[in-house]
Design a protein around this ligand. Structure first.
Ligand code: NI
Length: 168
């Protein structure tokens, strides 16, 4: 398994629109397995391929630390079909160590995706799972959680962003 490094704020790949995965082959399965291992090691809830330097439409979730019966999930070529409602809560990102922001997200999402076995699926997610899905899906379009801040709030965290950049 490849040991991956998580890239942080200001890395150009975090701003790229990621490419669809053409087929679920061993290389993709290996990417998913490595990402899940990286996510566990980093004690995060979600991780997207661009965060480990891969320009592909793949993200993984591991909410087992907050929900006992949660199984890890891989989302390949995801499409958000529907969103509904709104929730506001604190959110972090492994590419922004130590930064937590109140971000509004839909409360319920319907998402279609290909799983690790290559099967196309559709699920409905709510609450924290919906939040995590929207956050990771944004990464595949080069969008980051700081983009939701008002210019004033962005200004307030500029010192923290500089520190993250300096530490990377
Ligand atoms: Ni993130």
């Amino acid at each position: 398994m490849t040991r991956q490094r998580i890239v942080t704020y200001d890395s150009p790949i975090l701003r790229k629109h990621c490419e669809p995965v053409a087929e679920i082959n061993d290389k993709v399965k290996e990417l998913v397995a490595s990402m899940l291992a990286t996510l566990k090691r980093a004690k995060g809830l979600g991780l997207s391929a661009p965060q480990v330097g891969v320009n592909s439409r793949v993200f993984v979730l591991d909410l087992s630390s907050v929900s006992l019966d949660f199984e890890t999930m891989a989302f390949i070529n995801p499409e958000i079909l529907e969103t509904e409602g709104e929730q506001t809560g604190e959110e972090g990102c492994l590419s922004f160590p130590g930064l937590f922001l109140e971000i509004p997200r839909p409360d319920r999402v319907v998402i279609e995706f290909t799983d690790r076995q290559g099967e196309r699926k559709e699920i409905v997610a709510e609450g924290l799972t919906a939040r995590a899905i929207m956050h990771e899906n944004d990464h595949l379009n080069g969008k980051l959680f700081i983009d939701y801040l008002t210019p004033g709030d962005r200004e307030m965290i500029s010192g923290k962003l500089k520190k993250i950049k300096a530490a990377s």
